[in-house]
Design a protein around this ligand. Sequence first.
Ligand SMILES: [Zn+2]
Length: 318
Amino acid sequence: MRVRLFTSLLHSTVILCAITACERSPREATAPAARGILAAKAAEPQDPVLLQKVNAINARLATRGLKIAIEGIDFFTIGNGRPGIRIHQQPFRWVPNDPRRLADGTNITYIVDQSGGGTASGLTAAQTEAAVDAALATWASDAALKKVHIIKRADPGTDITIFDSFFGFGGFGDPFAADIVDAGFFPRAFFDAVGGPGGGRGILAFSITFIFTDDNGNPTDINGDNYLDTALNEVYYNDTFGDPSNDRVGNPWGINVVLPGVDVQTVALHENGHSLELGHFGPPPVAVMNPVYGGIRHVPFPSDDAGMNAVWGSWPNP
Ligand SMILES: [Zn+2]
């Protein structure tokens, strides 16, 4: 985030409406892939307003010539669930050794952005970083990822996020500082701007995945594995979710706190599950990847492990 502009929600909305008019041209639908648990993602309801915003952002990304586009957003909420979006009916995967994202061989890299690490509830950046690290260590030790190393990179101290820039909450940073950037805690107005009415209240965090595109804006599959090629993933946390006079009372971010508190590591485990390309499922069954917060969950459930196995069991081989 770095340069927080704190542009008003109204201003952001005006910009988005203005650019909606130049949505990219429709493209051919890609064939749906039957991929068990992951195929369910495509059938989830979509938020049409968010879809419109993302199409407008993708048009702006195309004019930058970076050959990346937003592919999916997933919201993790308190209270009611909230539909995210998928642009295509085909899942995405990290590509081993992909030079376009400066891949570290077959390692998956992440950075915890230090500029937004503290919370309004009083957690320090060191506390939230430790919780994120613990979450990624949990996934790294999952049996399905035994051949994959998840490597932490130091925060370079520069702007390393891009999605926030489209809503006036930061600059357009380096998209390829790491595969995954845990971007830190942002004001609720950002979540209202992204998720629409009620977003600031109900969204705890969201994960956003970008894919690579060709010169014509179409998704690529350079390794022929029948998956779209993931370019980068960012995770944003809502510093001041809930209603200040109602459900935020007694409901702040904490470390190992039980309900009605919200535990950072649990949310980080869920969000970085998306970063590692799991979708939502259940409940039932109860899982880390349920779309609504359900208390402390620091250990993957069998369905989470099954999802990880589906994504990573044979990776890096197609
Ligand atoms: Zn989620």
